[in-house]
Design a protein around this ligand. Structure first.
Ligand code: ACM
Length: 652
């Protein structure tokens, strides 16, 4: 995963032994040596072989090595670089040929995924693979402004991205809730505009280097002119609010705020220029994201001076004014060889066609072909899709997976299609901390990575789910904590008693979706630790997929075999409820889970009677219980087996 362009499995295999070695030819820079060394250590971790080869360097070639990597030239960390590779495994040799070291790194990731085992040993199947990406922009955005995400969180996610052949890390570094970059020339931004958590410039350089070693471009974002509460807390003199309005403060709730830079004030541009002069050199890539989203215009509308400026300059709307603002930033960024990128709101009539438009609005239902992505491409802009890849909406993996930047019914011309660079998963961090962020990003982002790398016709959901079970687990090897941290949260809930029954319940519950969990942004705040049941639950609840399949099979064919798969679930949920009640005697955090658990248990008992004893159960009783199971008022979660329970209840 992502599925390669061409793959041909041959008979036979290559057995892995302790003497297995890697050799690199060509004259590449250090990147592939670091990558190959990590490849060996990951093989070590999986196999326990503890291979003899230590770290690889340019000067210790091993011509007799079984794995030969041939590279023609060094890749550059920019878009449109050659990322292709060819991988051949035969019984006594493995070959990776790539134009660039970036392609070779992808080849190593593919090879790691090919590792198989018998009862006592490990091997690679003989295979030939020829692979290259469909889209050149395969990104993940992490919002480090709402909840700060420390260096180790970023690094482990960069590792996971590289394993899924993703190549753009978009780093959302400033918003209403915090300014996360050390500013040597403007220390007020660190003293006044955060909760004390920000990246030092050395840390940023280190992360950019770490990303580059994995073939990943880092695109920083400083969100302006809206989402600027943190910036304006330090520099209120460039804000648009009236003097009599309350002072700007760093926000502790989620939401959209009025705080907006004053586009008519020369000091605004002076300060932004100084900020860019300090921030741009930290990021060698060609792109700089200026946000530009969700400027509600309230401060501009209320400020007579700003309205006067609009009239004087014949601007008919706030969009014109924001375009004026955006256009001032282009030369400031160009000075540092950066292209301006922004959320789709920057796409206005007079906006430079050199800007890159980041499409995001609407829900997952929004058709990429009809939305702002297609509009941007038609208007001649390069563009990146995030609509449909908002992983913080907590929607199912299937929706993200089937969300194609260029759907098969796209009406775009081939020139317009070229403008679509790819897509980006968006991890907004209102409801994530370092404890649970990985479980929101992974494994769903792996499915998005496949959509962006693999051919458009790779859409089989059964294949996706099957492969993802392995991929999800393998991500642990890279330090991704989505599986292990669940247990940490559940243990806190159980008060260090057994977590098994809470885990059973969590495997059929998902956090409320589409931002309905956070009560208009005010229920949970930036300092709320997020250690509740809903924080342990994930999208694509682990048992729900299997239960739904079991019910479907049973309704199609009521064989004893099909029946028992379904009734085993009921027995599990009945037992679970009893255990939860017992545990709750010494665990106050379990109390909010009991209403849902009890409803599920009672409904399970009745459905057992109905299925096993062929007893008629009063429909009104079933309807009542179903309603309780469908309540979204329990512990911020929904019971996602509801639809299957309903089908069984309504079955004659
Ligand atoms: C956004 O989600 N406001 C870009």
């Amino acid at each position: 995963m992502p599925w390669p362009r061409e793959i041909s499995l041959q008979g036979g295999n290559f057995s892995l032994t302790k003497s297995f070695k890697v050799n690199i030819t060509g004259d590449p820079n250090s990147r592939i040596f670091i990558g190959a060394t990590q490849f060996i250590r990951r093989l070590d971790g999986r196999t326990g072989l503890f291979l003899e080869q230590a770290h690889l360097t340019k000067i210790n070639e091993v011509p007799e090595a079984e794995l030969q990597i041939n590279i023609i030239r060094n890749g550059e960390i920019k878009l449109k670089e050659d990322e292709s590779y060819q991988l051949t495994v035969v019984s006594n040799k493995i070959l990776i040929n790539a134009t660039t070291d970036l392609g070779a790194l992808h080849g190593l990731e593919t090879l790691l995924q090919l590792l198989q085992n018998s009862s006592a040993s490990f091997y690679f199947p003989n295979v030939t693979i020829s692979d290259s990406p469909r889209f050149i922009w395969r990104g993940l955005m992490i919002d480090a402004a709402r909840h700060f995400q420390p260096v180790d969180v970023i690094k482990r996610n960069l590792d996971a991205m590289a394993s899924m052949k993703m190549n753009v890390f978009h780093w959302h570094l400033a918003d209403d809730q915090g300014w996360r970059i050390e500013m040597k020339n403007h220390p007020k931004l660190n003293e006044l505009s955060t909760d004390g958590s920000y990246y030092t410039q050395e840390e940023i350089k280190n992360i950019v280097k770490y990303a580059a070693e994995r073939g990943i471009l880092v695109v920083p974002e400083i969100d302006v002119p809206g989402h600027a509460s943190a910036l304006l807390t330090a520099y209120p003199e460039i804000g648009s609010k009236l003097a009599a309005d309350p002072a700007y403060t760093v926000k502790r709730n989620s939401g959209i705020y009025n705080s907006t830079l004053d586009p008519t004030n020369p000091k605004t541009y002076q300060l932004l220029g100084e900020i860019f002069d300090e921030v741009c050199p930290l990021f060698p890539g060609d792109y700089f994201h200026i946000g530009g989203d969700e400027n509600n215009g309230k401060e501009w509308n209320a400020n007579p001076q700003i309205q006067e400026f609009k009239t004087e300059n014949k601007m008919s709307s706030n969009h014109d004014l924001q375009t004026y603002f955006n256009m001032q930033l282009i030369p400031m960024l160009k000075k540092h060889n950066k292209k301006l990128m922004g959320w789709e709101e920057i796409m206005t009539e007079n906006m430079s066609k050199n800007a890159i438009i980041h499409a995001w609005r609407g829900t997952n239902e929004g058709q990429a072909s009809g939305g702002s992505l297609a509009k941007a491409a038609k208007n001649g802009y390069q563009t990146v899709l995030s609509n449909g890849y908002y992983i913080d909406l907590m929607l199912s993996i299937d929706k993200h997976y089937l969300n194609d930047p260029i759907p098969s019914n796209s009406t775009l011309s081939s020139e317009e299609k070229v403008k679509i660079l790819g897509g980006e998963a968006a991890m907004w961090s209102e409801l994530v901390t370092p404890l649970n962020i990985d479980s929101r990003i992974w494994p769903r982002t792996a499915a998005i990575a496949e959509r962006l790398w693999s051919e458009a016709d790779i859409t089989d959901l059964n294949s996706l789910h099957k492969r993802l079970k392995t991929i999800s687990w393998r991500l642990e090897e890279l330090g991704i904590s989505h599986i292990r941290n669940k247990e940490v949260i559940l243990r806190n809930i159980s008060n260090n008693q057994s977590t098994a029954p809470i885990n059973d319940l969590s495997n059929v519950c998902e956090p409320l979706k589409n931002y309905s969990r956070n009560g208009g942004g005010k229920k949970y705040r930036m300092h709320s630790p997020l250690t509740l049941f809903a924080d342990a639950c994930t999208a694509d609840a682990y048992d729900a997929y299997d239960f739904d399949k079991a019910v479907m099979a049973y309704l199609e064919n009521k064989s004893p075999e099909n029946q028992i798969v379904v009734t085993d679930f009921f027995r599990k949920w009945i037992a679970m409820n009893g255990q939860l009640i017992d545990l709750s005697a010494n665990a106050p955090l379990i109390q909010p889970l009991l209403p849902l658990s009890e409803s599920l248990s009672e409904l399970s008992q009745l459905l057992l009677l109905k299925i096993e004893n062929k007893k008629i159960v009063q429909p009104t009783i079933l309807t009542n219980l179903l309603e309780k199971c469908n309540s979204k008022k329990n512990a911020d979660v929904e019971l996602v087996v509801y639809n299957s329970l309903k089908k069984l209840s309504e079955m004659p």
